[in-house]
Write a protein of this length. Structure first.
Length: 346
């Protein structure tokens, strides 16, 4: 299995939207409301074949809809490949010790490989756990950046490029010399393996424009935590022109805007979710960089299986980033997990 070749295919929008999602796209359109049908996914353990490879998946949490789409891709690909999945969530980006302990749990459960959505890129305790576990099974980073030399591969996109895509979108509309645009930014924890990278990219993308970030708020990426930061930001910065935020932040902001019933900053999400997709379709959300989380899940399984077989795999594999705005022709067909998805979390 050549993961690099798979990655190249996934980087082409036409290939991504048509070939790989021949079936999934139809499911996504159904979930978008063109039909009342729902999709129920069976438990992976119920489908496991005797002697099947076991892949342990450890993520920060599934309360962010983005991770549900990653989980859907993982489960779909594992089903097709005949692999068994063990899903674990750490409990949030501040649950470092829980994630460290889950590495050993994966080994105790007989995992043949671990896909790790790290809660921190550099926490010594987590890096030590990765080093210890890597002596027994391949470890692959999933979505979030992790600075562990023992990783056999990283599956995801460059979060700096995600931020740049958002920054450039705003900068093109407000070149330097025009009226200053005040931007509020709500994002994830400062030590996570994606948020600081995204923020750095955003600031680079805004260079040479009249848009200025005047305030930043950071919190775990649950809806409640992110909404709290949005409310605080709007209270202290009532004259914002733009609100740029995580998917849960924008989800909360859309509901807040409806309740307040007054002029509200223009909203841009920094990554996709079901709520953000609905916001794009309704025009409430201006844009979002789309990094195909379902494809990342599928790639994670392929890379893990390749690593188990000692096959050559790319150091970094992931889809291309596509900036989706309300006018993009593929907005209605953005592939995400079915609304009825239930993952079998251990």
């Amino acid at each position: 299995m050549n993961v690099k070749t798979l990655s190249n295919c996934l980087s082409k929008p036409t290939c991504r939207m048509m070939r790989r999602y021949g079936v999934l796209r139809a499911i996504a359109i159904t979930v978008l409301g063109l039909s009342g049908a729902s999709v129920a996914l069976p438990s992976m353990q119920a489908q496991a074949q005797e002697g099947a490879q076991t892949i342990c998946v450890v993520v920060p949490h599934f309360k962010d809809e983005y991770w549900l789409s990653v989980g859907y891709g993982l489960q779909e690909e594992a089903t097709e490949e005949g692999a068994t999945l063990l899903f674990y969530e750490s409990g949030g980006y501040h649950a470092l010790q829980r994630q460290v302990s889950l590495m050993q749990t994966c080994l105790a459960k007989g995992a043949d490989a671990i896909l790790l959505g790290a809660v921190s890129a550099d926490a010594p305790a987590l890096l030590g756990a990765v080093e210890e576990a890597s002596a027994e099974v391949p470890i692959l980073a999933l979505v979030n950046e992790l600075h562990a030399p023992q990783l056999v591969a990283s599956i995801g996109v460059d979060w700096r490029e995600m931020g740049k895509a958002v920054g450039r979108f705003v900068a093109e509309r407000h070149p330097e010399g025009t009226k200053t645009m005040r931007v509020g930014f709500v994002t994830g924890p400062e030590d996570s393996g994606w948020s600081p990278l995204l923020e750095g990219g955003l600031r680079v993308g805004l260079q040479g424009s009249s848009a200025k970030i005047v305030a930043v708020r950071r919190a775990d990426t649950g809806l409640r935590e992110q909404l709290r930061e949005v409310e605080d930001l709007l209270t202290t910065q009532p004259d914002l022109d733009y609100l740029i935020g995580s998917a849960p932040a924008i989800e909360g902001a859309m509901g807040l805007a409806e309740r307040l019933g007054r002029p509200f900053p223009k909203m841009i999400a920094t990554y996709i979710s079901h709520s953000v997709r609905r916001g794009l379709q309704s025009g409430k959300v201006m844009a979002v960089p789309f990094d195909d989380p379902v494809a990342q899940g599928r790639l994670g399984i392929r890379a893990a299986l390749a690593a188990m077989g000692s096959e050559s795999i790319a150091d970094m594999a992931g889809p291309s980033i596509v900036l989706m705005d309300t006018q993009h022709p593929d907005v209605a067909a953005i592939p995400l997990s079915p609304a009825s998805l239930v993952l079998a979390i251990e």
